[in-house]
Ligand binder design. Structure first.
Ligand code: ADP
Ligand code: MG
Length: 301
């Protein structure tokens, strides 16, 4: 017997490194007419590096003590920013204290008790992040000199201790090599450029949008805001394909007509919520499976 077209398409998607969870999921992929993309870990590699450590004057902390404090609070977290902060502290050989009462708030940051004092590391709401002090910060953080072209806008997080801001850390992440080609392919497939939905600050979001040809950028979104943005687009009659990787993307993956999760560094919740998972770490597989779905649907009566 010949295989039904949607099942053949699932097998083909597998060859592109994409796990599509069902025939219905395969079919829905090709019904989408608008793409919405997460930034961190989706358009970017999701492997940021600390490029600047800035204690606030009067905090009583130097760069090393600030970084060690942040690393202690972030140590239990799986978030890419947390991993980068812990790695930077380790590279400098700093002691990382054991935190107590750790909690993580998706899209916001972490809090913990370090050496008996409450510490938070998270979104810098009111800060206007300038360009990271690249040469100094990058050397201090032990960044590889061959790191290649980096996204210029930095993600800035603020460290609070005892409820008082004590400093900021700047982190930068590289664009995926196939990010611009993928947004161009999705624009051609859907007739409209993808929308960028991110929890990060406006400045970093604008840099990534510029580099990938996107114009509709929505930044500083909480996880439920990302889902809200998807609902808003779908209320106009469009069917959204959302691509994301984090716990913070799960509500948007669930809200979208079709959701794809980036699998390599993706959170379990994102992988469970999505209709399809990009197992091989290539963003370009996303437009490829949309094309496969459309071709299969033409064969299904
Ligand atoms: P994105 O939508 O770009 O994938 P997230 O929703 O995961 O980003 O995070 C949004 C913002 O929340 C981050 O840019 C950062 O400022 C803050 N944040 C989230 N998790 C952490 C964390 N573990 N440590 C510090 N800041 C965090
Ligand atoms: Mg993400």
């Amino acid at each position: 017997a010949t295989m039904p077209p949607l099942l053949s398409a699932i097998a083909n998607a597998g060859r592109h490194g994409v796990l599509v969870k069902s025939a219905v999921a395969m079919e829905r992929l090709g019904e989408t007419d608008t793409a919405a993309l997460d930034k961190t870990g989706t358009l970017t590699e999701g492997a940021p590096e600390v490029t600047a450590v800035r204690p606030l004057p009067g905090s009583g902390l130097d760069e090393e003590r600030l970084l060690a404090l942040a690393a202690a609070a972030e140590h239990p977290s799986e978030h890419p920013l947390a991993r980068a902060i812990v790695a930077a502290a380790r590279e400098r050989g700093l002691p990382i204290a054991t935190a107590e009462k750790f909690t993580a708030t998706p899209g916001e940051g972490v809090s913990a008790v370090v050496d008996g004092r409450p510490v938070t590391v998270g979104r810098a709401r009111d800060a206007v992040p300038g360009p990271p002090r690249e040469p100094h910060g990058a050397q201090a953080a032990g960044a590889r000199p061959d790191a290649g072209p980096r996204e210029r806008g930095a993600t800035v997080v603020t460290v609070h201790r005892d409820g008082v801001p004590v400093g900021t850390l700047a982190l930068t992440d590289r664009l995926r090599p196939d990010a611009a080609a993928t947004t161009a392919a999705l624009t051609a497939l859907t007739g409209t450029p993808p929308v960028l939905l991110t929890g990060d600050n406006r400045h970093t979001a604008a840099r990534v949008a510029e580099a990938t040809g996107l114009t509709d950028v929505r930044a500083e979104l909480l996880p439920e805001d990302k889902a809200g943005a998807v609902h808003d687009i779908q209320r106009t009659g469009r069917k959204v394909l959302f691509v994301g990787d984090g716990v913070n993307d799960a509500p948007a993956l669930a809200a979208a007509h079709s959701g794809i999760a980036m699998g390599r560094a993706g959170s379990d919740l994102a992988l469970e919520t999505a209709d399809a998972v990009v197992v091989r770490d290539e963003l370009a597989a996303v437009p490829a499976v949309v094309r496969l779905s459309r071709a299969a649907r033409r064969l299904v009566v």
